[in-house]
Design a protein around this ligand. Structure first.
Ligand code: DC
Length: 221
């Protein structure tokens, strides 16, 4: 089995790019952020105080997360219920950013991610895939873009959906999330030593996909 790790900050376009790369290679795409979001959904719904270690550990023991694919689209199951439709809200994202810094949450998801890579050829995106989850991945990409560019993409997305939004607030949120993801004690977001840096600030989606595919083909095909 082969593994391609794509790590990088929020809003760098990882999921869009990783999905397309997986499709081209006929690999399985694993969105690990959705797993952290599933746990966050549980923590929000059950009003768990994540700052209380014992409470959080107990909650994590009660959680089983599983991945299924429907028409090749990842579905995340939380204790047997498909929670995929609830995962993309701001509230869940903000909780995921905080709770993913906690040891019991990370421990609860490690084996699931590694098992996926044992069973399938995967393109897996996240924050610590190249550094921690799949240290032996055949290809590691660190995909980033400036905070202005990432905020601009998010702003455009919201405007297209007809939602009111404020560019400066979006950029401030992105910078805050970067800070949290990069500075946490456990499995912080950072470029693995053997990862290739791809800065997509001035690149279109297809250009990024082609760049990654050519790196992959150099290494594994
Ligand atoms: O990629 P995303 O926005 O769906 O991720 C949600 C949060 O989960 C993000 O703030 C950081 C965390 N995360 C993580 O810590 N490790 C991963 N491998 C993936 C996501």
């Amino acid at each position: 089995m082969a593994g391609i790790a794509i790590d990088g900050p929020a809003g760098a376009g990882k999921s869009t790019i990783a999905k397309k790369v997986a499709k081209e290679l006929d690999f399985v795409y694993v969105d690990t952020g959705a797993l952290y979001r599933a746990i966050a959904h549980y923590l929000v719904t059950n009003k768990i105080d994540i700052e209380k270690d014992e409470v959080l550990s107990k909650a994590c023991e009660e959680i089983t997360v599983a991945i299924e694919y429907e028409n090749s689209v990842q579905q995340v199951y939380l204790n047997g219920e498909n929670v995929t439709p609830y995962l993309r809200t701001e509230e869940t994202g903000n909780m995921a950013s905080k709770s993913s810094a906690k040891a019991p949450v990370r421990a609860a998801l490690l084996d699931l991610q590694r098992d996926m890579a044992k069973q399938y050829n995967v393109v897996m995106d996240g924050r610590d895939i190249g550094t921690n989850v799949l240290p032996d991945a055949e290809v590691k990409i660190y995909l980033t873009a400036s905070s202005k560019e990432r905020a601009g993409r998010r702003y455009k997305e919201l405007v297209e959906k007809g939602e009111k939004s404020d560019f400066d607030r979006i950029e401030a949120d992105i910078i805050e999330r970067d800070e949290r993801d990069m500075n946490r004690a456990i499995a912080p977001l950072k470029q693995a030593e053997d990862a290739v840096l791809v800065d997509s600030s001035d690149m279109g989606i297809d250009e990024v996909v082609d760049t990654i595919l050519s790196i992959v083909r150099d290494r594994i095909q």
